[in-house]
Design a protein around this ligand. Structure first.
Ligand code: GFB
Length: 315
């Protein structure tokens, strides 16, 4: 089936180009015949409507990826609720509205699998949205991202905008955030295992019980899925983006330790929250469109850890 939308010869803005997903999308777009536009905070504060309107009017992108967001792991989400709901609402509202005003042909909004109810039947289909209470630790971010989906749907209905939404699962990869207070689990484990190994310690700490299950998609694969969707999908409903595979946090820690080459013990810190017990995505809608993930977890951890060693590991 031919592409619904071609990027050839187009100006494509990647909002959030410095982040893990945004930078992966910029890397992936190198294979497309398009002009990639980016803007730093000094050029436009995406939380400020006037900044976004001025930049959009001056640069007139044909297509937009909203990969800009205030993101973080369970601890950051649970302890900084105002930042997570305010900044994400402002960024998405400013960009979606300015995109409409400036005639953007195609926009893809990135959300997260935390938008689904804590007890949603697993694996979670797109139709599970808003069918039950959210996971408390990330309800603020989830509400903002649900609003983003609704923004794209509303502008499609009222103004005919071809704006679509993608809901990726937990992501990891190059240029991830390895700060232990704000990061997601996998980069945190890599940093902690690396430190334990380097310091000759006999154990490393894992938050919670180790029993929650999570799905992990390598960021470069996620970027490929986003480019695939902006070209091949046009519809109101958001699309799940993941691998359809899950592991327990204990299995994840054991795998990361094997890849990194550390055979010490895991110490579980039960004072930290487990968060959602599971949040496995049903990825059959995306598969039906013609895309499936390529990078397995062990290979992705190896690639990510090699990047960490080269760019982030303490010397
Ligand atoms: O990745 P994570 O922070 O976010 O935590 P969520 C996943 C699981 O890993 C939780 C456990 O059960 C954590 O308790 N975990 C174990 C750790 N050790 C660590 C550690 O050292 N650091 C961290 N961060 N976790 C996020 C949402 O939920 O998922 C975000 O809060 C976003 O908004 C993201 O949706 C994709 O998977 O629990």
């Amino acid at each position: 089936m031919g592409e619904l939308y071609s990027l050839a010869g187009k100006r494509v803005w990647v909002a959030g180009h410095r982040g893990m997903v945004g930078s992966a999308i910029v890397d992936r777009l190198a294979a497309e015949d398009c002009e990639v536009l980016t803007v730093g905070r000094d050029g436009a504060d995406l939380r400020r409507q006037a900044d976004v309107e001025a930049w959009m009017a001056a640069n007139k992108p044909h297509a937009v990826f909203i990969a800009a967001a205030r993101v973080g792991g369970i601890w950051a989400n649970d302890t900084r609720p105002a930042e997570f709901i305010y900044e994400n609402l402002m960024i998405e509202a400013n960009i979606v509205d300015a995109a409409w005003r400036n005639g953007v042909e195609k926009l893809l909004f990135l959300g997260s699998s935390c938008i689904y109810p804590r007890e949603a039947p697993q694996p979670m289909t797109e139709s599970a949205l808003l069918t039950g209470p959210l996971e408390p630790t990330n309800q603020w971010y989830a509400i903002a991202k649900i609003a983003g989906i609704k923004l794209c749907q509303a502008y499609r209905r009222q103004y005919g905008c071809d704006f679509v939404s993608a809901m990726p699962t937990n992501l990891y990869g190059y240029r991830d955030n390895f700060d232990l207070t704000s990061s997601h689990v996998l980069p945190a484990l890599m940093a902690k295992i690396h430190a334990a190994k380097a310091e000759g310690r006999s154990s490393f700490e894992v938050w919670g019980s180790g029993r929650p299950r999570r799905e992990f998609l390598f960021a470069a694969d996620a970027a490929d899925a986003m480019v695939f969707l902006i070209k091949n999908y046009s519809g109101e409903e958001h699309v799940n983006v993941g691998t359809g595979l899950e592991v327990t946090i204990r299995e994840l820690a054991e795998t990361a330790a094997q890849v990194i080459g550390f055979d010490g013990e895991i110490v579980f810190d039960s004072s930290k929250p487990d968060g959602a017990p599971r949040k496995l995505l049903d990825v059959s809608a995306l598969a039906g469109l013609g895309w499936t993930a390529k990078t397995g977890l062990r290979e992705g951890i190896r690639l990510s850890y090699d990047w960490y060693l080269e760019h982030k590991a303490p010397r």
